[in-house]
Design a protein around this ligand. Structure first.
Ligand code: COA
Length: 695
């Protein structure tokens, strides 16, 4: 039995602050619990005693036996005072009361949780609207009394939105398995709630409304355990930018919390919606449709124009229109007028009415080569809409378990009424073609196969890496010198071309010869951040004479621009041939911890910000998705006669960086900029690593 069973399926509940006054929250909760047909024991607590809605009232929580769940609906100050007593009697406590951390009362919230925890009780809230659970059934919210039962679980950080969702669900006749408001998340968070919903037999689709997460890592851990058959749609509000943060790396400056959320959702197989409307449409479609068995979509329409709009939308969302004309002809031959078109979209033409739609839909449902149906209808002035509506509903109900079928009816009042009626019958019907297509896309995404992807450990010289890091920490440095950063990457197994730190002119000449001309020379100093700007970099050094000149020039320039700079020497490295410049980075996100970034270098990262993110570490498959996800991917894949670049080498580099930053907590930020990619191989040219130094 799941540990949250007493919260979702309590055998007994107490309402602390049950109110005698109609309209007060403490009265509505009692009314809703009674109206929901709750079968367990209900204890009402109010010092005034008496009776509320026909139930006896206890003057103190001391007077009742232990319960699974208590609901607190007294003002904040009293809630804190009562928490300990209530906790002694309850396994779970829902604190509906507002006035805690959301208004700065952090102390009150801390005390509330502390008091409850003394006796092992767990808290949902504070600042929540309660819980509805179809399993009990119990409606312990102060929202609408009537909530339809179904297979959708809702987890909402916002209470008001959650209540509005109940209303919207009722309007669209959506059935809920549960609705939980998590409010300030002082104790229980979405992580525990998800773990319950994952094993809850009633729940098929989970809709989450999120504003922020403190425990991103735990969240990722739990969603990784999501059973295949459960689907999650998330709406995340608050698109904050990272720009305001002072960051010293490219990756850090591009990693806004919204980008990281996006990456986390992708990685976890959560479908992200950007509007409430989309979220609702998608949830309703997934909740009421069977899984598609293949990719072939057929569009049936009575208007060519509408068909084209739908076909365009399908292309935009990457849905495949079934295009075997011979087979389509066979399927729809006896339905089509002579002048109709067999090319998908199947155009039944303007004269099509209920009979034609019935036949065409039945054919589409029965043809095993067709895996999903988009049926469109454009309102005609003289049409018999009543007959059409009845037909669509009848045929859909008969075949609905065979394959997904979505409907878009475009027109005036008449079609709006059909859409509403179809929704009442839990049929995915829409007034806009785009909504139907985006919902079908969400359905396909929900059933995308996700193989289990293992992250296997790779060999790296951990002791060597640790030594470099601790050396810097001991010296109180948080910025590794260029050669130290490169050495770490070399020890982590990346391809770093030969490089040496020369501390004087003789060493510079000696090492340049050893490495082999042409070489590059860069100043090494923790006080010089932008080496090129101070004239601290010389490239394409071809011989000893040039090496001496370069060394002297770099020293002179550096001393002139940054007179007090502590200069360690110069780094000599092999000059590399031209290739495609990419960037791999990592930074530390406040919620999700270590994250990874990949993109193409130069303008692609600086101007276009064409990069992808993931939570570290990543599997090789996930690293591959990161690479393919950027818009400039075709440059790597090879376009216009250019040869394909070594994508495997990039994947291997990302994979190793993921493992490196995961293993070494101290690495706060890392940029490999650039990693030059060739037809064979990917080489680290420059690297920057920031480490966390405890002050
Ligand atoms: N034990 C039990 N009941 C007590 C009590 C105690 N120690 N002390 C007082 N009560 C009773 C009151 O007498 C009252 O009952 P009555 O109406 O029969 O007299 C009841 O508890 C409620 O107390 P009251 O002081 O009237 O508070 P309220 O109803 O005005 O407000 C809250 C209480 C919790 C609703 C309010 O503080 C609040 O937080 N509102 C916002 C809730 C919200 O929006 N939550 C987030 C949603 S997303």
């Amino acid at each position: 039995m799941h540990s949250l069973e007493p919260l979702f399926n309590p055998k007994s509940v107490a309402i602390v602050g049950a109110s005698h006054h109609e309209g007060k929250i403490g009265n509505i909760v009692v009314r809703n619990i009674i109206a929901s047909g709750y079968k367990g024991k209900v204890y009402l607590i109010n010092p005034k005693g008496g009776e509320i809605l026909g139930l006896p009232v206890y003057k103190s929580i001391d007077d009742i036996p232990e319960v699974d769940l208590s609901i607190i609906v007294v003002p904040a100050k009293i809630a804190v005072e009562l928490a300990e007593k209530v906790a002694m009697k309850s396994k779970y406590i829902i604190v509906i009361t507002s006035g805690f951390s959301e208004v700065g009362n952090i102390d009150g919230e801390r005390k509330l949780v502390e008091n409850a925890k003394k006796h092992g009780a767990r808290i949902l809230g504070p600042n929540v609207f309660g819980i509805f659970s179809a399993k009990a059934p119990i409606n312990a919210t102060f929202g609408p009394a009537e909530i339809k039962k179904g297979n959708i679980g809702v987890v909402s950080q916002s209470g008001a939105l959650g209540i509005a969702m109940i209303g919207k669900a009722a309007e669209d006749n959506l059935g809920l398995s549960s609705i939980v408001s998590i409010g300030n998340k002082a104790d229980l968070s979405e992580v525990e709630i998800l773990s319950y919903l994952f094993q809850d037999k009633l729940t098929k689709v989970i809709f989450m409304y999120m504003e922020g997460l403190e425990n991103g890592r735990e969240f990722m851990e739990i969603v990784k355990k999501k059973p295949e058959e459960k689907k999650i749609i998330a709406l995340k509000a608050g698109r904050s930018k990272a720009g305001a943060r002072a960051v010293a790396s490219h990756t850090g400056s591009l990693a806004g919390s919204d980008e990281i959320f996006d990456a986390a959702f992708r990685q976890a197989g959560i479908i992200r919606a950007y509007s409430l409307e989309d979220a609702f449409n998608w949830v309703a479609t997934i909740a009421s449709s069977p899984p598609p068995k293949g990719k072939n979509v057929v569009i049936i329409t009575n208007g060519g124009g509408l068909g084209v709009v739908a076909a365009d939308a399908c292309e935009k969302y990457g849905l495949k229109l079934y295009d075997d004309i011979e087979m389509l002809k066979k399927t729809f031959e006896d339905v089509m007028p002579e002048f109709g078109s067999y090319k998908n979209p199947i155009d039944l033409t303007g004269q099509a009415g209920a009979r034609e739609y019935e036949l065409a839909l039945k054919r589409a449902f029965e043809d095993e080569n067709i895996h999903a149906i988009l049926a469109l209808y454009c309102e005609r002035g003289d049409a018999e809409l009543e007959a059409l509506m009845n037909t669509l509903i009848k045929v859909h109900k008969e075949y609905k378990d065979k394959k997904p079928a979505l409907y878009a009816l475009f027109g005036g009042e008449g079609t709006s009424r059909i859409v509403a009626e179809m929704k009442k019958n839990r049929i995915p019907a829409f007034g806009e073609v785009e909504d139907a297509v985006s919902s079908l896309h969400a359905l396909y995404k929900a059933y995308e196969k996700r193989e289990e992807e293992k992250i296997e450990d790779v060999e790296m010289d951990e002791a060597g890496i640790e030594k470099i890091i601790s050396n810097a920490i001991n010296e109180g440095r948080n910025r590794l010198l260029s050669h130290e950063a490169k050495e770490i990457l070399r020890l982590a197994g990346l391809d770093v071309p030969p490089f040496r730190l020369a501390r004087n002119i003789d060493e510079a000449v000696k090492y340049a010869k050893e490495i082999g001309y042409p070489v590059a020379m860069k100043v090494v100093s923790e006080d010089i951040l932008h080496k090129t700007d101070v004239g601290g970099v010389v490239l394409n050094i071809d011989n000893e004479e040039e090496a001496i000149d370069a060394y002297e020039l770099i020293m002179k320039n550096s001393r002139m621009h940054v007179p007090k700079a502590r200069i360690e020497g110069v780094e000599i490295s092999k000059m590399l041939p031209k290739g495609t410049e990419t960037i791999i980075g990592s930074t530390t996100d406040a919620s999700f911890g270590k994250v990874l970034m990949f993109g193409l270098g130069g303008i692609y990262v600086e101007v276009l910000k064409d990069v992808s993110f993931r939570i570290a570490p990543v599997s090789k498959k996930e690293a591959e998705r990161m690479v393919r996800e950027i818009d400039s991917y075709p440059i790597l894949a090879g376009i216009r006669g250019e040869k394909r670049k070594d994508i495997k080498a990039i994947i291997e580099s990302i994979y190793r960086i993921g493992i490196l930053v995961d293993k070494f907590e101290e690495i706060a930020e890392l940029d490999i900029n650039p990693l030059i990619v060739y037809e064979k191989g990917a080489k680290v040219v420059d690297a920057r690593i920031l480490i966390k130094v405890e002050k």
